[in-house]
Design a protein around this ligand. Structure first.
Ligand SMILES: *Cc1c(COP(=O)(O)O)cnc(C)c1O
Length: 432
């Protein structure tokens, strides 16, 4: 059943916005049907314009680790906005947030704030090229690093979902500077370093993949990347836009015990406002303008309201036990989903790091270690499951190739409700 107000709004939206949306996956094309339009959100729930409520596991695609409209963040935003919402001159909150980030992630010795994850990765690669005097970069099949030209090569997420191998409008000359390897395959990266000796500026990686569903790294993978970069004078860039402040207090680099040269952040660092950041070794970051010659700027960068939201979010997540509790709740959710899958005789692979999680339906033989494995998943069954879940008041990401998120606003009761509904929805999906 399509909610009538959402359907009407979607028709209007299609007249003025490409596909009716401002970011492709929101259009539900991978699962079919019509997206609901949100009227309001609070805690772990979204309410649509037709008055239907959903327990939300998208969490704005990652930023909302505290859930929607968290009281402390709301108050910080209110107070900041009342003092004016953009200055075009420095403010204290920028310094405070940078210091808070560095305390949690010490490898970010110096930090630059931007307005999105895309800007962060684009700028980090520019810096890596400038610092090394080399032009090639290595990325992994299925990893998504935002929509800058050089990253739209085997880019996962919306790109994988829509079945576009890469994008028209990206010059071949630019795409040609991006080399790709399968995730979890350090030998393939070693081969690239041999074939392109002295020409690779950086390896950029989602340390836990979240943009083709959830994929965990083998324990030896990141240490091997670190060693390969060190041997060849290339930089290791961890794209922690999704994992930063999500999988551990200090992000994936803390969880994995590997120190990258540069890190990109987004999502949680802005607490749900448009913030990205890149940072890392002082000697590298000192090359950024105005201290050095590598140019990068932004009219709204370091915006005081967005900085306040990020700071309040980091403060709340710094509470002792915060991450452990979230991880336990996420494990409870996945345990319930696994049990449902067994009851309905649907083979399923699940995984999580902290409160970032993923489910692969009918993935068949063996663990999911890379994008090729992920593509074995049954996307048609996922689409039916997604729709049945939505009907039952649970909002999963509208694609088989996305991570899910649990927030601190999801209570055990919410998790148990979700398990019941997803169990029943799996039954519906198999019957259809
Ligand atoms: C979301 C995401 C990006 C892009 O961030 P935007 O703010 O959407 O531009 C980059 N890298 C990763 C790993 C992401 O998950």
């Amino acid at each position: 059943m399509t909610p009538p107000r959402s359907a009407e709004l979607f028709d209007r939206a299609k007249g003025v916005l490409p596909g009716g949306v401002n970011s492709p996956v929101r259009a539900f094309r991978a699962v079919g049907g019509t997206p609901f339009f949100v009227a309001s959100a609070a805690g772990c729930r979204l309410t649509d314009v037709d008055g239907k409520t959903y327990v939300d596991y998208v969490c704005s695609w990652g930023p909302l680790i505290l859930g929607h409209a968290h009281a402390a963040v709301l108050e910080a935003v209110r107070q900041a906005a009342a003092r004016g919402w953009t200055y075009g001159a420095p403010c204290e909150a920028e310094v405070e947030l940078a210091e808070a980030v560095r305390t949690r992630m010490p490898s970010l010795e110096v930090i630059r704030f931007v307005n999105s994850g895309t800007e962060a990765t684009m700028s980090a690669v520019r810096l890596a090229r400038a610092a090394t005097g080399r032009e090639l970069i290595v990325k992994f099949d299925g990893c998504y690093h935002g929509h800058a030209d050089g990253f739209l090569v085997k880019a996962g997420s919306g790109v994988a979902t829509l079945g576009l191998p890469d994008s028209p409008g990206v010059p071949a000359a630019v795409a040609g500077l991006t080399l790709t390897a399968p995730f979890n395959d350090a030998d393939a990266v070693a081969d690239l370093f041999r074939q392109h000796a002295g020409r690779i500026a950086a390896v950029i990686v989602e340390p836990y993949v979240g943009n083709v569903g959830f994929i965990a790294p083998d324990p030896a993978f990141h240490p091997a990347l670190r060693a390969l970069c060190d041997q060849s004078g290339a930089l290791l860039i961890f794209d922690e836009v999704m994992t930063g402040f999500r999988v551990a207090p200090g992000g994936a680099q803390e969880r994995l015990g590997v120190r990258p040269d540069l890190t990109t952040l987004g999502k949680i660092v802005g607490g749900g406002f448009p913030v990205g950041a890149y940072g890392g070794r002082t000697d590298l970051m000192r090359r950024i303008a105005p201290e050095g010659p590598v140019y990068q700027a932004g009219t709204l960068s370091g915006n005081p309201v967005a900085m306040a939201a990020g700071l309040a979010t980091l403060r709340e997540t710094a509470r002792h036990g915060f991450y452990d509790e979230l991880e336990v709740r996420t494990a409870r959710l996945l345990g319930g989903i696994q049990a449902a899958a067994r009851r309905h005789d649907v083979p399923m692979a699940t995984g999580h790091a902290g409160s970032m999680w993923g489910v692969y339906l009918a993935a068949g033989r063996g663990p999911i270690r890379n994008y090729a494995d992920a593509k074995r998943t049954d996307t048609a069954l996922f689409a039916r499951w997604h729709k049945a879940a939505l009907d039952r008041g649970v909002f999963l990401a509208p694609s088989a190739f996305e991570a899910g998120f649990v927030s601190s606003a999801h209570t055990d009761a919410d998790i148990d409700f979700t398990i019941q509904q997803l169990d029943a929805a799996l039954g519906d999906a198999r019957a259809r």
